[in-house]
Design a protein around this ligand. Structure first.
Ligand SMILES: [Zn+2]
Length: 151
């Protein structure tokens, strides 16, 4: 039986929590292909001192090189509305479906994704909202750095 959207989101939430437990930013992602988890990842800005390892891009990196035919069957699952960089990565690889945990603490490139034909589902997940709200309240400067804002 195929995984529900909420079941797919759970893989991304687990990654977000794992990242936070190591002092990182709690955003996680999973790449689902043909009903299976191909890769997961989480934001590693703090852990790796990285400018580009967001949840989604770290997940794509963990998936490694894939042929276009695999991306074309994939769903990108992310706990938070994807930023412009991650939106671009989703479009670059022509990933046709995106499941988003929440978009109330940050609203990313969803409108652009939809305008390019991507099926975008927002689950308004309470746990994702709480996770990001707690993080932003605790570490506002780190959060602004992650989304390219000055303090
Ligand atoms: Zn991003």
């Amino acid at each position: 039986m195929a995984l529900t959207d909420s079941e797919q989101l759970a893989f991304a939430v687990a990654e977000a929590k794992a990242g936070r437990a190591k002092g990182g930013i709690p955003i996680g992602a999973a790449l689902i292909v043909d009903g299976e988890v191909l890769a997961t990842g989480h934001n590693q800005r703090v852990q790796l001192g990285s400018a580009i390892h967001h949840g989604e891009t770290n997940c794509l990196e963990n998936a490694g090189r894939l042929p276009a035919s695999v991306y074309e069957r994939a769903t990108m699952v992310t706990t938070l509305s994807p930023c412009d960089m991650c939106t671009g990565a989703i479009l670059l690889y022509k990933i046709p479906r995106v499941i988003i945990g929440e978009n109330s603490t940050f609203y990313g490139g969803e409108d652009y994704l939809r305008s390019r034909g991507v099926d975008v589902v927002v689950l308004d997940d309470d746990e994702c909202i709480q996770m990001m709200s707690d993080f932003i309240a605790a570490e506002p400067a780190l959060w602004n750095e992650d989304i390219g804002e000055s303090d």
